[in-house]
Design a protein around this ligand. Sequence first.
Ligand SMILES: NC(=O)c1ccc[n+]([C@@H]2O[C@H](COP(=O)([O-])OP(=O)(O)OC[C@H]3O[C@@H](n4cnc5c(N)ncnc54)[C@H](OP(=O)(O)O)[C@@H]3O)[C@@H](O)[C@H]2O)c1
Length: 271
Amino acid sequence: MIFIDINQEQIPALGLGTFGLTGQDCRTSVADAISLGYRHIDTAKMYENEQDVGSGIQDASVDRNDLFVTTKIWHTDLSHAGITAGLEDSLQKLQMDYVNLTLIHWPSSDMDLRECLDTLMELQQAGKTRLIGVSNFPSSLLKEAKALAPIVCNQVEYHPYLGQSAVLNVLSEHQMMLTAYCPIAKGEVLEDQYLINLGKKYGKSPTQITLRWLVQQENIAAIPKSGSSKRRASNFDIFDFSLTDEEIANIHALHQNRRLINPHFAPVWDN
Ligand SMILES: NC(=O)c1ccc[n+]([C@@H]2O[C@H](COP(=O)([O-])OP(=O)(O)OC[C@H]3O[C@@H](n4cnc5c(N)ncnc54)[C@H](OP(=O)(O)O)[C@@H]3O)[C@@H](O)[C@H]2O)c1
């Protein structure tokens, strides 16, 4: 495993995404992922699976303190009362007294950013969340947020077809991390001829090449989701080889500004 060191937390660079997993399927997937070696689990209030994620963690025989758990506050809850109640509800469902990271899931045009971040800092002080951060923040808003609070992370869509250079520049300037969602472009990388050919060199799939490309970059975590034990195991099997600098650059060059997640309430993105 590769770890990202931020604010005295060791964050496993590969985690399990859980969007779309619910009920028993989610519970079994989380417990199975932990037995495969995953120690980083990503959830959110909006996924309506925190109870199942928490139960999966209970089923797994790993100390809670050895896990890195992220949850997120939905954009309609971005007030002092909404964030406080939202995180309390998440903790109850997760059956935990703290999460490792709490993110503002999406910025909202009518949020008071200072109030939101002050509230997250208050919850951090109270020990309910070890770290605080944001998700889906374009670079200018990210800079604004960083000036107001010790945020450590921006979780954004990032894969070979969406480069994120503006966000990455701000993150690296402030020693923050990026967590890549849709890291395998929802499976699109499987068809990529360059990634297929490169995979042949290492005996790896295009998915494994892509995940390796992500975690080999400094301060980048990736959270692929899979409901299949076989694919979860395969996604985790990326720590026995390294890509060369040239191969990493070639994968960056696949960028085509292709964004897969763009809801009507999304902010104005960087190009
Ligand atoms: N912050 C945000 O706004 C935001 C937005 C979107 C997602 N996320 C987070 O990021 C996580 C990952 O994103 P995502 O789920 O949208 O996309 P993803 O991880 O890029 O792709 C998931 C898709 O790829 C398939 N897959 C996974 N591993 C595979 C493999 N080895 N071979 C072939 N297919 C494979 C999965 O199917 P199977 O399940 O059938 O394997 C699923 O259909 C989410 O679960 C969520 O936790 C956050």
